[in-house]
Design a protein around this ligand. Sequence first.
Ligand code: ADP
Ligand code: MG
Length: 452
Amino acid sequence: MDNLSKSTDEGKFYVDIQKIWQEALPLLENSMTQVIYDTTILSIIPLSFENGVLTLKTTNDFYKPSIEKRYLSEITRCVRTVSGMQDIDVRIVAPEDFDEDNLARRKNYEETNLRRRYNFDTFVKGKCNELAYAAAEAIAENPGKTEYNPLFLYGGVGLGKTHIMHSIGNYVVDKYPDLKVLYVTSETFTSEFITAIREEQIDEFKKKYREVDILLMDDVQFLEGKLGTQEEMFHTFNTLHNNNKQIVLTSDQPPKELTDLEARLTSRFAMGLTADINVPDYETRTAILEKKLDLEHLDIPLIVKDFITRNIVSNIRDLEGALNKVTAYAKLTNAKITLDLAEQALKDLLTPEEKPDVTVPLIQQIVAAHFGLTTMDLSGRKRTQSIVLPRQIAMYLSRKLLDVSLPDVGKHFGGRDHSTVIHSCEKIANEIETDTKLRTIVNDLERNIKGD
Ligand code: ADP
Ligand code: MG
């Protein structure tokens, strides 16, 4: 092995890392696009070899995450090939890893619990999240200083609530490094609270949550039924709010429908701005798919994009999952990505059993989206004709497709009483007898809701 030569003074093998790297380069060049190679790979210099680990340094902080994520296994493979050492490991470092300030900053960042990849740049704006996005941007720009305090975001699973929340946090961390940001799920808050009581560290707990500038609490519906934690949250909320600190909350339901939360808490949750996030339409789904492909430096045929976007309709996490499945399937079988392959890869996802459960919120989302409204319009007070008819249709379909009582339907529609629900259902049932246009709309909506 000519990369390993005897080092005279120590009697150990000396590994010529410069030589190994020079020999690995052409192999790497062959395995990726020229642009990536010229920018990312050529930014690397070999630094040291210790305990079987080859440390490579990229001269640009910015490249480190993508090298680690996308090219580390290829680099390792090439290094092993040219060195002949099959158990060599490769580690990437960047200039920031050696900078004291950066180390401190990184530690602070870790304490925020934020995830970098969830930011405004990777988030796609659409009709479904228009208000939520605008409010999030306003808050990120001026935390605690707008009337959107708290900002309460709600919507179904996988629609981007957590992503928007982290985007606010990441923006603030970058723009106002002195502000303290803290992201927490309501489950973590609960379990930390319980531990703090048990270990008699309640003061530390209070300090942690009451001395921040921005508290981002995800999925507050999980506070339901936990009275002690709700009480603690109530006081945390008041302290922060009184000090003009920004609070952002998310949930699967609007505040007034979180009926197992104490009223004094939900009334506070609704004090600022409540914004819903809805199911994305076709254009937004396409834009999201494009963005993911872009971020991953991937491309797939148009017809496959269209196939995925048409079939995965109610959840963005599933949309991402579908894309991952198709690309992984292609890699595994060493095949080109074609429509056939996509159909094959996604056949489990598309079986009828996987259809979303029909619920009143799902019905509201699909009906609202059809009429260009939000679910808040449907449960709101407005009585304009453009809202009343969709609202009646959604009530009618809720009764028709689900086994829910009249008062329960009323509750989902802003606390309307059962006579209003009966009236709405009868009106639509009568009208579709004679109005063929309306009948077609209602039938289409029904099919959409059932996922047929
Ligand atoms: P939720 O918290 O509402 O359940 P998430 O925020 O976890 O949903 O989103 C699920 C996935 O979909 C995440 O990977 C997220 O990045 C992605 N996603 C959701 N909405 C968007 C969007 N508008 N643009 C880009 N990605 C999105
Ligand atoms: Mg979430």
